[in-house]
Design a binder for this molecule. Structure first.
Ligand code: ZN
Ligand code: ZN
Length: 159
């Protein structure tokens, strides 16, 4: 078994439009490579910094993310008997090397929140005026019945 610790620059497309890892930022890898009967078993962790914006209030978000990976790279194409349902997911050792990028991308993208929030109880933005509701507790807009608005106009004229 070999252990491999490395910083690599993050490739493109590690994320979704709302949240992801900046291309070129550091990804720390701690991986183990184990020769098994069928191929090479890669397991370990990747650490990245995720940036994005809150899906409710649009504030910028930064957080650390650790994902675990475990993937078996086959020495040769598995026979039909070995293949499970997800045939496309099989990976191979090609020219004595393995391509970890799609494995890491899958691990990171599936770990990202579908609707990122700055905090669980983020109240988002006022639908009327767009201010941060967290900044102004109790913020609301008077919704006046038009008939009452008319009466207010009357009292205004009396002054
Ligand atoms: Zn928020
Ligand atoms: Zn408002």
């Amino acid at each position: 078994m070999r252990t491999f610790t490395e910083h690599v620059p993050v490739p493109e497309d590690f994320g979704t439009p709302l949240i992801g890892v900046k291309p070129g930022s550091d990804m720390d890898l701690e991986l183990r490579f184990e020769a098994v009967h069928e191929g090479i078993l890669v397991s370990g962790s990747a650490f990245v910094e995720v940036t994005g914006e809150c899906s409710r209030c649009l504030d910028p978000l930064v957080s650390d993310l650790e994902v675990n990976v475990q993937e078996l790279f086959f020495y040769e194409e598995p026979s039909a008997d070995d293949l499970g349902e997800d045939e496309d997911e099989q990976r191979w050792v090609e020219h004595d090397s393995i391509d970890l990028e799609p494995v890491l991308r899958d691990a990171v993208v599936t770990a990202l929140p579908f609707q990122p929030v700055c905090r669980e109880d983020c109240e988002g933005l006022c639908s009327e005026c767009g201010i941060h509701l967290a900044d102004e507790p109790g913020h609301h807009h008077e919704v006046l019945d038009p008939r009452w608005a008319a009466l207010q106009g009357l009292t205004g004229e009396e002054n």
